[in-house]
Design a protein around this ligand. Structure first.
Ligand code: C5P
Length: 196
């Protein structure tokens, strides 16, 4: 079976949780594409040139433990604005999306650029304040700074010229601002079940 679920949306909207749950429920492979950009950003912070860092990315780079920090998110969104970096990561993502057995990919441009032919496209979003609060619960620190970082990253991701963050025309919108995790997961699973 070739079956792709594309899940896009801004930072801390619940994409990761929903993607993992959908993958588990339907027995699909899962790729968190944000990790690719985070790993490139981390290599660039260490002095590598961005396009070389993207072209020579290995599985080991994706499993390093320092990719979940706010700083890694910012580094990721900076390198993600470079068209040649995005291009270097396209093939891997497309092959993953069309692998046998089906796949869930979450990111910013899966339904619009990587896999416009995905059988299911979801756009998961929430109010910036809600997303910042969730992120703050994970990382702690200064809440105002976390909100500022969320807004800064949203602006960079939505305003870049190459593959900006936006819903595909045929995406199903899920606003998780007032939903529990279970409710959000059930909506996503219902959309997938409908197309299977
Ligand atoms: O989803 P996550 O927060 O891990 O993504 C980190 C950054 O990587 C995003 O802010 C975005 O700039 C970039 N990204 C992207 N396209 C994707 C996934 C992530 O541009 N498909």
């Amino acid at each position: 079976m070739i079956f792709t679920v594309a899940i896009d949306g801004p930072a801390a909207a619940g994409k990761g949780t929903i993607s993992r749950a959908v993958a588990e429920r339907f027995g699909l492979a899962h790729l968190d594409t944000g990790l690719l950009y985070r790993a490139v950003g981390a290599r660039v912070d260490e002095g590598m040139e961005p396009v070389a860092a993207a072209r020579t990315l290995t599985a080991g780079d994706l499993s390093r433990g320092d990719l979940r920090t706010l700083a890694a998110g910012q580094a990721a969104s900076k390198v993600a604005a470079i068209p040649e970096v995005r291009l270097a990561l396209v093939d891997f993502q497309r092959r993953f999306a069309r692998r046998k057995g089906g796949a869930v990919l979450d990111g910013r441009d899966i339904g619009t650029v990587i896999c416009p032919e995905a059988e299911v496209k979801l756009f998961v979003t929430a109010a910036p304040e809600v997303r910042a609060h969730r992120r703050w619960l994970e990382v702690g620190g200064d809440a105002a700074k976390v909100l500022a970082e969320v807004r800064e990253r949203d602006a960079r991701d939505m305003n870049r010229t190459d593959a900006p963050l936006r819903p595909a025309d045929d995406a199903i919108m899920i606003d998780t601002s007032t939903l529990s995790i279970d409710e959000a997961v059930e909506r996503a699973c219902a959309a997938v079940a409908h197309r299977l």
